[in-house]
Design a protein around this ligand. Structure first.
Ligand code: 5GP
Ligand code: MN
Length: 333
């Protein structure tokens, strides 16, 4: 039986379904959850959408955003919903141990649910899932969600809110359609979404043109005061908690900053280090198919992961040690 037939089989009976996205949810995680969640609900299922922590402010005006719940470890009813789910969809991540924070406990506690992966990250652990829709070449998970609805023969039921959420996922995960993985298929899907009423200009403004004054000042400070060029090809910015606090940091305020560093001519790899209460969050970016494989870099040096041109990791060392390790990794390239 083909995977899509198996999925159709799973969707045949109304069931309790839980959809889970990764920590520090981005536009693709949120867009995919909202679009696929709406689809499942419209097909008669009981659906709950969870992410491990709050999405950034600029995603909060997405259609249906209020349906997304930030999981709290002490919220028994949320934990029970996950533990009792009949189907669990893992969306836009594939490492249940490291990418979903406190959600991993109820997910692991649920021994009976059918587990379905919908994702585009490298190295999917297929043995952990009953069904995998993993395409590591796809530029976003939202694109895979569109394909699933199409392959289930249900494009007629694609609502405007689903179309908008899929578009936001595709827009944000391609760096506003600037990365190297833009395909004809992507643009054909965009054409269809636009025909269904999606306004690219409106969604672009909704997601990208909503900086707070403090966010803009933080970016200015980071670029002016904190930009470090390790060598002509490698740029990074490291921000301590004190610096973030000084600029009234809110989740998402540094989004896009690591990409800006790649706009320096000749720079082929960039990094952003942000200190949090738990760890130092590392974001890595590179350019093009010939560029540094930052997924491999993140795995080798920081036990992280992601994609060839966009990856991330957590470091539990001090900022100083983390930067030293980064420099060591860069010198070894
Ligand atoms: P960002 O820099 O936007 O937070 O993350 C870029 C990509 O790196 C994400 O799509 C995600 O796949 C990956 N990523 C970010 N943080 C981590 C992490 O801590 N562990 C792993 N394995 N991947 C990460
Ligand atoms: Mn994604």
């Amino acid at each position: 039986m083909s995977d899509i037939s198996k999925l159709r089989e799973i969707l045949r009976q109304p069931a309790k379904m839980v959809l889970i996205g990764h920590a520090n949810p981005d536009g693709d995680a949120v867009g995919s959850l909202l679009a696929w969640g709406e689809y499942l609900e419209r097909t008669g299922h009981e659906v709950a959408l969870f992410v491990p922590n709050d999405p950034p402010v600029f995603l909060r005006s997405m259609d249906g955003f209020a349906r997304l719940r930030s999981f709290r470890a002490d919220d028994r009813s949320a934990a029970e919903a996950v533990e009792k789910a009949e189907v669990i969809f893992a969306m836009d991540f594939n490492e249940t141990e490291t990418r979903i924070g406190a959600l991993s406990a109820p997910v692991e506690a649920n021994r009976t649910a059918c587990r379905v992966l919908i994702d585009h990250h490298l190295n999917p652990p297929k043995e952990r899932f009953d069904l995998c829709f993993s395409d590591t070449e796809a530029s976003s998970t939202a694109l895979i969600v569109y394909r699933l609805i199409r392959d289930l023969g249900d494009l007629a039921s694609l609502t405007l809110s689903m179309a908008k959420n899929i578009y936001v996922g595709m827009m944000t995960d391609t760096g506003n359609f600037s990365y190297g993985n833009l395909t004809g298929e992507l643009y054909r899907i965009i054409a269809d979404l636009v025909d269904r009423g999606v306004s690219p200009a409106e969604l672009n403004a909704q997601v990208f043109n909503v900086y707070s004054e403090w966010r803009m000042r933080l970016i200015g400070y980071a670029l002016h005061e904190k930009l470090t060029l390790l060598n002509p090809k490698t740029a990074y910015v490291a921000l301590s908690m004190a610096e973030l606090n000084r600029f009234h940091y809110r989740p998402g305020d540094t989004e896009g900053l690591v990409n800006m560093l790649l706009s320096i001519g000749g720079v082929g790899m960039s990094a952003l280090f942000t200190e949090t209460n738990e760890c130092i969050k590392i974001s890595l970016r590179s350019r093009g198919t010939e560029g540094v494989d930052v997924n491999r870099f993140a795995r080798t040096w920081f036990s992280g992961g992601g994609h060839k041109n966009a990856a991330g990791a957590k470091s539990f060392a001090t900022m100083e040690e983390t930067l030293r390790r980064f420099e060591e990794g860069v010198n070894a390239l």
